[in-house]
Design a protein around this ligand. Structure first.
Ligand code: PLP
Length: 414
């Protein structure tokens, strides 16, 4: 029997996508083929400004020449031997990550790192580490409502969005949730079964909601009083994004476990778990593992990413560019207010400027006008441009948004 294979040239790529891929993302609006710095180009050659960075991933911009060179060199040197052997790139990434996590915290004793391939895997490993550390009976974890920690079964259970749980019940047990930025609410749900509190320092997916400094300090105090581990999920916020190397640094606290992923490879998949030496010692041979984790290609990318990030001082860039972007956004008539930290911002849109549209529809109109952003709530857009964004690009991007807002707001013809 012969099966006719349609010539892909004559089929729209969205149609092919819908036939070939599962429907969990919905059919994406367009196809990107290349990028450079803040710019992206689609398959018709149209140019876009990327103020989303693939969800806070490509912080150094697209096609960074030094990251590309590091990848090319590693690809022709050594790609993979497994974690049964030492490979050099991951050693250097682990040492540098440890220094950055402890920078400014007064923690003199080095911690240790475990590599993973993604954010959810890093959180999954952190949860297993906390369980192993405390032992059976103290496996409970408290996380915040509206948090996002990943899509695996355990990280989904940790995610404080009950509507996401329903189709996948029963989930691993032991997870409970408390109100964001409310120390008393966390205290109220603690009992002797709780071994860890898991928090983002700024809820990214939940709407770009920064933690109050007093909230983080209060949680740290609670953890100290009760011997509970504090796990900071820095997957979206870590590595300079909020204007400090890590979001929890804003509160001047220490963490027992820290997870990172998104920006670490500038687009190459890699995640990591950092833990204090005491907590890290809970994992012995055979307790956890992953074939690809920390493999030379991903680690070579991360090594160069961290080197560039330190050289150009990404936390400082995030503070400076973030302050500029905030001022520009606040001047847009349709923007009610701007929240967030560093270069991880949300613009809350005025109802009259939305004029019946959702923020997702506004984001879609921005895309058509050449600006990539996304909606984090029905009324707010998230903006996370690369650290390397120029002042002119910030102005250009906000002009696109202003045009989209004006074109659809009440009282306009179009
Ligand atoms: C993106 C994200 C995750 C999940 O990371 P994946 O790489 O998508 O698995 C977990 N926590 C936070 C805070 C995130 O932003």
């Amino acid at each position: 029997m012969t099966v006719a294979t349609p010539d892909p040239k004559f089929r729209d790529s969205r149609e092919r996508w819908a036939d070939a891929l599962m429907g969990n993302y919905g059919v994406p609006p367009l196809t990107f083929v290349r990028g450079s710095g803040t710019e992206l180009f689609d398959d018709t050659g149209k140019r876009y400004l990327d103020f989303l960075c693939g969800l806070a991933v490509t912080g150094l911009g697209h096609a960074h020449p030094r990251v590309a060179a590091a990848l090319t060199e590693q690809a022709s040197t050594l790609l993979h031997v497994s974690n049964l052997f030492v490979t050099e790139p991951q050693l250097e990434v682990a040492e540098r990550l440890d220094a950055l996590v402890r920078s400014g915290t007064g923690q003199a004793t080095p911690g240790r790192v475990l590599f993973q391939n993604s954010g959810a895997e890093a959180n999954e490993a952190a949860l297993k580490l906390a369980r192993k550390y405390h032992g059976r009976g103290r496996h409970g974890v408290v996380a915040a409502f509206r948090s996002f920690h990943g899509r695996t079964l355990a990280t989904l259970a940790a995610t404080g969005q009950p509507e996401k749980h329903e189709p996948f019940q029963p989930l691993p047990e032991g997870f409970r949730h408390a109100a964001w930025n409310d120390v008393a609410a966390f205290e109220a749900v603690l009992d002797p079964s709780v071994g860890a509190i898991l928090l983002e320092p700024l809820q990214g997916e939940g709407g770009v909601n920064p933690a109050d400094v007093d909230f983080l300090r209060g949680i740290r105090r609670l953890c100290d009083e009760r011997g509970i581990l504090l796990i900071m999920d820095e997957i979206q916020t870590g590595l300079g994004r909020t204007g400090e190397w890590f979001g929890f640094h804003h509160a001047g606290i220490t963490a027992d476990i820290v997870t990172v992923a998104k920006a670490l490879g500038n687009g190459v998949p890699i995640g990591a778990v950092w833990a204090t030496a005491d907590v890290a010692s809970a994992f012995g041979p055979g307790d956890h593992g992953s074939t690809f984790a920390g493999q030379p290609l991903a680690a070579a990318a991360a090594r160069e990413v961290l080197q560039v990030m330190v050289e150009i001082d990404v936390p400082l860039l995030a503070r400076e560019r973030g302050a500029e972007l905030t001022v520009l956004l606040e001047a847009v008539p349709g923007v009610a207010d701007v929240r967030g930290l560093g270069l991880l911002l949300a613009a809350e849109l005025r109802p009259e400027a939305l004029n019946g549209r959702t923020a997702a529809e506004v984001a879609r109109a921005c895309l058509e006008a050449g600006l990539v952003v996304n909606a984090v709530t029905p009324t707010a857009l998230r903006l996370a441009p690369p650290f390397t964004v120029s002042g002119e690009e910030l102005v250009e991007g906000v002009e696109i948004l202003a045009g989209v807002m004006a074109a659809g707001s009440a009282g306009e013809d179009s």
